[in-house]
Design a protein around this ligand. Structure first.
Ligand SMILES: C[S@@+](CC[C@H](N)C(=O)[O-])C[C@H]1O[C@@H](n2cnc3c(N)ncnc32)[C@H](O)[C@@H]1O
Length: 173
């Protein structure tokens, strides 16, 4: 079942629960950087959550796939930027965004493992990283430790319990 009354798109209930529990556990991480916007349903949800916390949301995608009805529903604190996440030059808005503090980075683009490998060195070490489609597109064993970012086992077990394909990584574990 998906949030916002949509079929097969948007944010599903287990992932919603994963994020709600994560937000509940940290007030500090009030901003969200999303890698992979697609239709813009998750960004709409993140925009509302971050807005309520006086934060912001930046969402990146290689192309504008946004559902036209979504755009006017987005909160004003959301920024959408078209960028190829696989070819990021040294000075770039993506590196700038993930290097800012108090962010949750949601890795949900087309090549999640590749992006995780290339972008983790630029992520602020106190940020939180959530990667999607674990054990769907790639095995969990691939993300146990990536450039010093370590999967949180307790939250992974909880994700499995509720049926979410999200996993949390923190720097140094
Ligand atoms: C799984 S969808 C994102 C879903 C969205 N976060 C949600 O939950 O509703 C993946 C998105 O990644 C984008 N994408 C694929 N390759 C990309 C690249 N090289 N750079 C940026 N975005 C890319 C696709 O265009 C697609 O919209």
């Amino acid at each position: 079942m998906y949030l916002f009354g949509q079929d097969n798109c948007g944010i599903n209930k287990p992932d919603l629960q994963f994020f709600e529990e994560l937000f509940e556990s940290t007030k500090k991480h009030k901003n969200i950087v999303e890698l992979g916007t697609w239709l813009g349903f998750t960004a709409m949800y993140f925009g509302i959550v971050t807005s309520l916390r006086d934060g912001w949301c930046i969402t990146f995608d290689i192309r504008d796939n946004r559902f036209k009805k979504i755009i006017p529903l987005w909160t004003p604190n959301i920024t959408f930027i078209e960028v190829d996440l696989l070819h990021i030059p040294p000075q770039n808005i993506v590196k700038d965004a993930i290097g800012r503090e108090n962010c949750i980075i949601f890795v949900d683009n087309g090549s999640k493992l590749r992006e995780l490998q290339t972008l983790t060195p630029y992520i602020h070490k106190e940020n939180l990283v959530v990667i999607h489609d674990v054990d769907v597109q790639f095995p969990e064993s691939e993300i146990l430790s990536v450039n010093g970012w370590v999967m949180n086992v307790e939250r992974a077990n909880r994700a499995k319990e509720i049926g979410s394909a999200c996993r949390l990584l923190t720097y140094g574990g």
